[in-house]
Write a protein that binds this ligand. Structure first.
Ligand SMILES: Nc1ncnc2c1ncn2[C@@H]1O[C@H](COP(=O)(O)OP(=O)(O)OP(=O)(O)O)[C@@H](O)[C@H]1O
Ligand SMILES: [Mg+2]
Length: 303
C-alpha cells in the first residue's frame, strides 16, 4: 500500500486574521514497509502533515491518496477525484472510518489519547468502535498490549497513573489493536529517558519488521540514525529533503534546520578530517568503528 501526497496545502483559520499556512505544497510517496522519520524545526508543519494522512485534517488544496481513499477538504477537487469511482469507494470517502483502520495515529501527547478507567478498556476502545464484539476486542487488546511489552499486571491499572513511557505504550497499543497497516507517531520518544526511548523504538522496529509502515516525527537525530530507512526534512511547510539517513548526515547542513548532528557522526567526521585512513562509510556502530581503528592501527603496526 502506497501513501501519496499531491501538492498539499493546509491553512489554519483560513477565513480569519489568524490565518496561517502550515503546509505549502507538499508532495510525497511512501511505500509499504518503509520506516520514515520526519524531522524539522518547530513549526515547520510536521504534525499538520501527519494529521492529513488519516484525515484528521483535510488539506485545503491538493490531496492524499491511500488505496481507495482520497483525502482533501477541497470539495470540487474531491468530486473530480471520485467522479468515476464506484458506490463503495464514494461511501468509504464520506467519513473515513475505514481509512482510520488502515492508518493509525499516535499523537504528540499520547496522554491526551488515553481516557478509560483501565488500560484494557482503553485499548479495547478502537476495536469496539470499529464494530468488533467485546470478546474479539479483548483478544485484540491483549495481543496489542503484549506487542508493546505490557502484561496482565497492567490490564486493570488506570492509564493515568502510569509512567510517561508506559502511557506511550498504552497509546501505541490502542492504535495497534485495530491492526493498522500504517502507524504514524508524533514524537514517540519525547520526554523519555534513554531506556524508555530504546524500548519504544524496539517495539516500533519489530512492527516494521512485521511489514507495517512506520512514519515517525522526531527531534532526536539518534532515532533517525539508528532506526529510519528514509528521512524527510521539513522547513516552512515544505519537504526540503527526502533521503536515507547516511546521506542526510553527509550531504545536508543540519544546522540550517536546527537539527543536531549525532555524536557518532561528528566523531566519524572528525576522524576523517584528521586523516584517518580507514573505511568509515559503511560503519554504523561504535563496535564496528573500534574494529576498523584496530584494523588500521594493527596493519600499521604490522607494516
Ligand atoms: N491549531 C492551530 N491553529 C493555528 N495555527 C496552527 C495550529 N496548529 C499549528 N499551527 C501553525 O501551523 C504551523 C505548523 O505547525 P505544526 O504543529 O504542524 O508544526 P510542527 O513541525 O509539528 O512543530 P513542533 O516541532 O513544534 O511540534 C505553525 O506555524 C503553527 O503555528
Ligand atoms: Mg508537532
Amino acid at each position: 500500500m502506497q501513501i501519496k501526497g499531491f501538492n498539499i496545502k493546509y491553512i489554519y483559520n483560513e477565513n480569519s486574521i489568524d490565518r496561517s499556512t502550515a503546509l505549502n505544497g507538499v508532495s510525497f510517496t511512501f511505500n509499504q514497509g518503509d520506516f520514515i522519520c520526519i524531522v524539522g524545526k518547530t513549526g515547520s508543519g510536521k504534525s499538520t502533515l501527519v494529521q492529513t494522512l488519516n484525515a484528521l485534517l483535510l488539506p485545503s488544496e491538493g490531496y492524499v491518496n491511500i488505496d481507495e481513499f482520497f483525502i482533501t477538504g477541497n470539495k470540487k477537487l474531491k468530486k473530480e477525484l471520485l467522479k468515476k469511482k464506484d458506490k463503495k469507494q464514494k461511501k468509504d470517502n464520506k467519513n473515513y472510518s475505514n481509512l482510520r483502520k488502515k492508518v493509525g495515529l499516535v499523537f504528540q501527547f499520547p496522554e491526551y489519547q488515553l481516557f478509560s478507567n483501565s488500560v484494557i478498556n482503553d485499548v479495547m476502545f478502537g476495536p469496539l468502535n470499529f464494530g468488533f464484539s467485546k470478546e474479539e476486542a479483548k483478544t485484540m487488546a491483549i495481543k496489542a498490549l503484549s506487542d508493546v511489552g505490557l502484561n496482565e499486571n497492567y490490564y486493570e491499572k488506570s492509564p493515568f497513573l502510569l509512567s510517561g513511557g508506559e502511557k506511550r505504550r498504552v497509546a501505541i497499543a490502542g492504535i495497534l489493536a485495530s491492526n493498522p497497516e500504517v502507524i504514524v507517531l508524533d514524537e514517540p520518544t519525547a520526554g523519555l529517558d534513554n531506556k524508555g526511548k530504546v524500548e519504544i523504538m524496539k517495539v516500533l522496529t519489530t512492527l516494521n519488521n512485521l511489514g507495517k509502515t512506520l512514519i515517525v516525527i522526531t527531534h532526536d537525530m539518534s532515532v533517525v540514525q539508528n532506526y529510519a530507512k528514509t528521512v524527510i526534512v521539513m522547513s516552512e511547510g515544505k519537504i526540503v529533503h527526502k533521503t536515507i539517513p547516511d546521506k542526510l548526515f553527509d550531504e545536508v547542513d543540519l544546522e540550517e534546520y536546527s537539527l543536531e548532528v549525532p555524536l557518532f557522526i561528528k566523531f566519524k567526521k572528525l576522524l576523517k578530517n584528521n586523516g584517518f585512513e580507514g573505511n568509515l562509510e559503511k560503519i554504523s556502530s561504535y563496535q564496528d568503528l573500534i574494529d576498523e581503528i584496530i584494523r588500521i592501527k594493527g596493519s600499521k603496526l604490522n607494516g
